[in-house]
Design a protein around this ligand. Structure first.
Ligand code: AMP
Ligand code: ZN
Length: 143
């Protein structure tokens, strides 16, 4: 399989590795939004947030929390974003699931999109669309 993150995990490609345990590896993003921008990656290959098994996601999340604290403090950041891009429309470019930890500094840049407004009754319609799926799949996918 041609996956840069699997290659990094297998030491077939170089990276500035910050942390590793049985389940997770974290390294610096090669194209940082701010210095210290870190990727936290499950060692097993899953395409995205929907395909990683729950127990592995839980371990990945715990590692992400720990590493986010370390990145924030070591970079003297004011805050940070934890982001996961899923699908090309959302900006995903590496199809091995990962979290970005992006250290943030007061007034560094704005990520704000233009906001939409629900027209009258539309908010309920959108909510119903999602609720229909949730009630159909809840017992199958969410225990
Ligand atoms: P995404 O666009 O959410 O899939 O994020 C993929 C990230 O991986 C991007 O921010 C890239 O800069 C980063 N990336 C790609 N190749 C490498 C690499 N060899 N080492 C470190 N980061 C990488
Ligand atoms: Zn991979």
């Amino acid at each position: 399989m041609d996956c840069i993150f699997c290659e990094i995990k297998n030491r077939k490609a170089d990276a500035e590795i910050l942390f590793e345990d049985e389940n997770v590896i974290a390294f610096l993003d090669i194209q940082p939004i701010n210095y210290g921008h870190t990727l936290v990656v499950p060692k097993n290959h899953y395409d995205n947030f929907l395909t990683i098994p729950k127990d592995e996601l839980s371990k990945l999340m715990q590692a992400t929390q720990f590493i986010a604290g370390a990145v924030k403090r070591s970079m003297n950041a004011d805050g940070f974003n934890v982001v996961s891009n899923n699908g090309s429309s959302a900006g995903q470019s590496v199809y091995h699931f990962h979290f970005h930890i992006i250290p943030r500094f007061n007034k560094d840049f704005s990520l704000k999109p233009s906001f939409k407004t629900y027209s009258s009754g539309a908010m309920k319609d959108y909510a119903n669309q999602v609720r229909t799926f949730i009630s159909k799949y809840r017992d199958i996918y969410y225990e």
